[in-house]
Ligand binder design. Structure first.
Ligand code: MN
Length: 579
């Protein structure tokens, strides 16, 4: 099996970007209000939205604000500010990203169903289906009803909603970003919990959606909350390093710029600071004496086409000695999140190693804003440009349906974990997997039908066990057996959620089967003692009737209950032997 066949993946929808399907319902469309006629609180939002969407529906935005303000009136944030400041700030973040009117109205209303008596049905009647779907997607499940499972099931709900409309995830990220910005007003234990959850789940989602502008800020805010001291130390070290960056990079730039010109490449070369958490992680906290090349990278944005990036790469290597094995081509092989650029590391005239990133002007907004850029450029309703499939979301949707709450969150964390290996199918399709992933994980990435029947793999043409750990660049072919079945030992080396969930379900199913067999054998013997033949009884349809009477959906469930002892054989016999 070498290709991903979506038909093999249970419950998989192809996840594609969609333009907003519909405009707002007609009654909500009114003439744009004059700015001085609206409240001072909402005016900046209208200005920000107008900048990105001159034709945006400002009346709808105002109405969303009015309803949210009225509903939240009398509620306050931990900071003491009126609650409405929060949804307003979330909408402002999204307006700054250039999101559409629908998303902004949903952002204004995003906490109304969760925190006020307003119901989802009322919201749907007032604002339409599209906004209701977005608000419902980010509404937490009630902890009273869902108990321990609330957090996991809330995330599952967001993921399922995102399959239909990715804007749900963008609203959720903006919501979390504002909560992180105002984290200082929370008690310390809550601060740390939110920071941890952000690093484990929300930041990876931002990364997977390619929204690096949001990701960096969330990363650093969560870093500050979880380890204030390290954050302060890193901040001081980075500021000191960057103060000397112009001078430190001077000799390198003095060689680089003429070399680009000689290769007929025009564009801009800038010094790009890394964000604090990235520096902290890269140096494992050891930031004393941080050098400029450790705190920043060079970014070359070329005027021109993809091909010009490769010419620019040649120009960089002609000017500065490249470090072997450090070129990464995300143009030929874009990342899962659509990121495209060339990366290389070179030695500066001073002997420092520095990373250089090369991209076209067209690649730049996607590199910064990912999915948001695609949603922005999707155009008016109905026309979809820049359509891409998000393979990771399709895979997530495929395995989540079989995962109980506890496994769902663990699986999500594992699947979103940073550090990935990029592996190829023999036909050249790129599959990205978490670090440490094995041939078995790869097999399941091709679909449960392939994974469940896999018996081994060819890694770079050599036979390898399913437990073989994969490395980036490996070409992997899965060997399947039509009769093959999952094995309990797979749990020892499955890294991703898909095989874990499938194997556990399969084992549970087999236990039920075995118990049903045992239960049925006991019943056959007991009935034979009474000169009754179970086969005849089953053929007559009486068994199913008894099963239903006893509250089992299937006969096998009833037999399994006898097998494991939750149903007493005597109680069951009474039903079969009554006159
Ligand atoms: Mn909120």
């Amino acid at each position: 099996m070498t290709t991903l066949d979506p038909a093999n993946v249970k419950g998989t929808a192809t996840v594609a970007l969609r333009a907003p399907r519909r405009r707002l319902p007609l009654p909500l469309r009114r003439r744009a209000p004059a700015l001085d006629a609206v409240g001072p609180a909402v005016a900046p939002l209208l200005v920000a939205h107008r900048a990105a969407h001159p034709g945006g529906d400002e009346a709808a935005l105002l109405r969303g604000y009015e309803v949210a303000e009225r509903l939240h009136r009398g509620q306050f944030r931990k900071s003491g500010a009126p609650y409405i400041t929060h949804p307003l700030a979330v909408a402002m973040i999204l307006a700054g990203l250039g999101m559409d009117t629908t998303t902004l109205v949903a952002a204004l209303l995003h906490d109304t169903v969760e925190d006020t008596p307003y119901t989802l049905d009322e919201l749907r009647a007032d604002f339409g289906d599209e906004i209701a779907v977005l608000v419902d997607g980010v509404t937490k499940l009630d902890g009273g009803r869902w108990g321990d499972r609330a957090e996991a099931e809330t995330f599952r709900k967001i993921v399922l909603a995102a399959a239909d409309d990715l804007r749900v995830l963008v609203v959720k990220l903006a919501d979390r970003l504002h909560n992180l910005r105002t984290l200082g007003f929370q008690p310390p234990h809550k601060r740390r919990r939110i920071a941890k959850a952000s690093h484990e789940l929300l930041v990876p989602f931002a990364e997977r959606l390619g929204i690096h502008a949001l990701k960096r800020e969330m990363d650093d805010l969560a870093f500050a909350a979880s380890d204030p001291e390290a954050h302060a130390v890193t901040g001081r070290a980075v500021r000191a390093a960057l103060a000397g960056a112009e001078a430190a990079f001077g000799p390198a730039l003095a060689r680089l710029r003429p070399s680009l010109a000689r290769h007929d490449i025009t564009g801009r070369v800038t010094i790009r600071a890394s964000h604090l958490y990235a520096v902290h992680r890269a140096l494992e906290g050891d930031v004393a004496g941080l050098r400029p090349c450790e705190a920043a990278r060079l970014l070359v944005v070329v005027d021109g086409t993809d091909q010009d990036c490769y010419v620019a790469l040649g120009a960089v290597h002609a000017a500065l000695h490249p470090i072997p094995g450090q070129v990464r081509d995300f143009i030929a092989l874009p990342k899962d999140n659509m990121y495209r650029s060339l990366h290389t590391r070179v030695i500066t005239p001073d002997g420092d190693a520095v990373e250089v990133i090369i991209r076209t002007r067209a690649m730049h907004p996607v590199a910064e804003y990912g999915i948001v850029e695609h949603i922005r450029s999707a155009g008016p309703a109905g026309t979809v440009t820049g359509r891409r499939d998000l393979v990771w979301l399709s895979r997530l949707l495929a395995w989540q349906s079989g995962a109980p709450s506890a496994e769902f969150l663990d699986g999500l964390r594992a699947d979103l974990a940073e550090g990935t290996v990029a592996v190829l199918t023999p036909s050249g399709e790129l599959i990205t997997l978490p670090e440490g992933a094995t041939a078995l994980d790869f097999a399941y990435a091709l679909g449960t039908a392939t994974g469940g029947r896999s018996i081994g793999a060819l890694v770079n043409g050599r036979l390898a066990p399913l437990s073989a750990e994969l490395r980036s660049g490996n070409v992997v072919e899965v060997i399947t057996d039509p009769e093959g079945v999952p094995s309990a030992e797979w749990l020892d080396y499955a890294v991703t959620a898909a095989p874990r969930v499938h194997v556990q379900r399969w084992l549970a199913g087999r236990r039920t089967e075995e118990a049903a067999d045992a239960g049925r054998r006991r019943l056959v013997r007991a009935l034979a003692d009474r000169r009754l033949d179970l086969l005849a009884v089953e053929a007559h349809g009486d068994s199913l009737a008894v099963a239903r009477e006893l509250g089992y959906a299937e006969i096998d469930e009833m037999y399994a209950a006898v097998g494991v002892g939750t149903l007493r054989l005597d109680d069951l016999l009474a039903h079969f032997t009554r006159p």
